[in-house]
Design a protein around this ligand. Structure first.
Ligand code: G6P
Length: 368
């Protein structure tokens, strides 16, 4: 069927702005808004009984899986093995049937992800698919299907599929924690309440930060290299921010774990390479600020993406500070995805690239 851009310039912009509504719909599949509990979904995988999880995916889907790893380990105390599918499938990773495997794919057709799935199936693991296309090959070959319900995504650079994948993984990790006794009924209620509030916060953020990001994108488009830093779940977001920016604006961007700054990228810091730091005021905040100090001391320009508490707590000079509302850590990755999507989008628009169809990239890669 036909999908149109409505009154947006690009599908990517439309898909960014659709997120509040679509996530709310996706969440209703996984959480009960009345009782504030995670619904018992596809029960083909017993998260309560498994000894560990293997996760594999490509591109942006891999990065949502990387956020998922932090959640499953922290909330459900489940060890997670994760790798990009093109490595995973050839690693000869020893696995046991007591583990389960999750494959994350918007299209459900990515060749390397499918090959990783078949590898795990051969090892006797139960297979779960976190997919947008429920009729896809990956979904068909799985024991359990966890749909992300994002609707058709046309822009090659994934946006709403990423945040919907995160929402589903958040719900699954809370449910797994519940089943494993590591998340109490009270914790579950509190976390689910935060998830339920998320769509409204997303709408507000999209509306509030747009003018500032558009202006900042004009400045950013002058640079050839950008470094993105983050810690904890903000580390995969730094990778995703860099991926998004390079995919559509063709500015060279790298994402790094903030703590690795001094092990390499610090050698590149000067006024010609802006450093975008993603740092909500969480338990890693002080550590990340000390990495920012290292950047500032070397004349680096900082774009600081933080929340109100974080903005108040840091006195470092920045090229720009994007201040989001204070939110609970369970929803921070979804909320902090919005500025990195908009920054990539507006920078690309400003540079005049083909935003929805960036050169050399395909929406779905069905060859190895
Ligand atoms: C391509 C797309 C990316 C996507 C990746 C994985 O590289 O351009 O946006 O993240 O494939 O695709 P999948 O359909 O498996 O999520």
């Amino acid at each position: 069927f036909m999908v149109d851009k409505g009154n947006h310039r690009h599908f990517m912009e439309k898909e960014i702005y659709e997120q509040p509504e679509i996530i709310s719909h996706a969440l209703s599949h996984y959480i009960d808004f009345a009782s504030h509990t995670v619904k018992a979904n596809d029960t083909a995988i017993d998260f309560g009984g498994v000894s560990g999880l293997a996760i594999s995916a490509c591109g942006t889907a891999y990065l949502s899986g990387l956020v998922g790893k932090y959640w499953f380990e922290r909330y459900a105390r489940l060890p997670v093995e994760i790798d990009v599918a093109s490595e995973f499938r050839y690693r000869e990773l020893p696995l046991s049937p007591s583990q389960a495997a999750l494959f994350i794919s918007q299209s459900g057709e990515t060749a390397d992800t499918l090959a990783s799935l078949r590898y795990c199936k051969d090892q006797g693991l139960k297979i779960g698919a976190v997919v947008n296309v429920r009729e896809s090959t990956i979904a068909r070959e799985s024991d359990a299907i966890f749909p992300i319900l994002a609707g058709p995504e046309i822009g090659v650079a994934s946006t709403k599929a990423f945040t919907c994948q995160l929402a589903v993984l958040a719900a699954l990790s809370i449910g797994a924690g519940r089943a494993r006794g590591t998340v109490t009924a009270g914790d579950e209620k509190a976390m689910v309440k935060h998830l339920a509030e998320m769509p409204r916060i997303m709408s507000r953020v999209l509306n509030d930060i747009q003018p500032q990001i558009e202006a900042l994108s004009r400045d950013l488009s002058r640079f050839k290299d950008v470094l993105y830093l983050g810690r904890g779940t903000s580390f995969p977001l730094a990778l995703e921010g860099a991926l998004k920016l390079k995919e559509i604006s063709y500015i060279h961007a790298e994402g790094y774990a903030a703590g690795e700054l001094k092990h390499g990228p610090i050698a590149l810091i000067d006024e010609n390479m802006p450093v975008i730091v993603i740092a909500p005021h969480d338990r890693f905040f002080e550590k990340t600020v000390s990495n920012m100090q290292e950047v500032a001391a070397r004349g680096g320009r900082i774009i600081f993406i933080t929340d109100e508490k974080g903005a108040a707590a840091s006195k470092l000079p920045t090229m720009a500070t994007i201040t989001l509302p204070n939110v609970d850590e369970i929803i921070a990755p979804m909320i902090f995805s919005l500025p990195i999507q908009l920054l990539a989008y507006h920078t690309a628009v400003f540079m005049g690239t083909d935003v929805d169809q960036p050169r050399n990239l395909a929406k779905s890669v069905t060859v190895e």
